[in-house]
Design a protein around this ligand. Sequence first.
Ligand code: MN
Length: 240
Amino acid sequence: MQANIVTFTANKLGRDFAVGDIHGCFSALQKVLDEVKFEPAVDRLFSVGDLVDRGPESHLVLEWLDKPWFHAICGNHDQMAWRSALGDPYPNVDHRRHGGEWLDALSPETKEVMGQRLAALPLVFEVQTPNGLIGLVHAACPHDDWTLMARDCPSESDIDCYLWSIDRYRQRIDAPICNVRAVVHGHMTVSNMVVLGNSYYIDTGGWTDQGHFTLLDLNTLQPFHGPGETWMPVSSHRYR
Ligand SMILES: [Mn+2]
């Protein structure tokens, strides 16, 4: 069973950043980290999930998850990947058609390790900062009050919302989530960071050829934009 909420105490020594969907584009991400002079000894990087699929370097996720300063929650693609890797594919979606074919190149042993590691990703992070608590959830919050988030044993519908929901963004819901300073999401690919109420949508498509990675400073809530680079063709089918 995945941990539901993992809490991080404030970083007293360095900076905390969040990054949107990575989708196997770790080299591009590293370039943006270099740009902000990321210091692995004191800074932390929080991924809002969708670490794998679509990009050329999904297999590097194990290396990245080993980095002590890199922390990630689960996205819908990570969920599809671990379920495929462990022989229980997510129903009704052809994972291979949505960027999951990279798993086929892994040895059975590596595939098993990959499945176990991605299956162990928590669903929700909360990070304390000097300016208040920041939540991170891949797709959407099922509640409008952070204190209602399940501390353990989330329901199936909660998990479905965390990983897949597009409703809150599509409906442009800008009512703030109570009892949390901000909630950071990926999942919806936007051209520039979108803020609705206190919900921050930061997947600016660093994994596409026209996008860029955005690093959100969790204390100041200021975004840093990486350069646009060519990494892979933009899919015309914008499946989430
Ligand atoms: Mn997603």
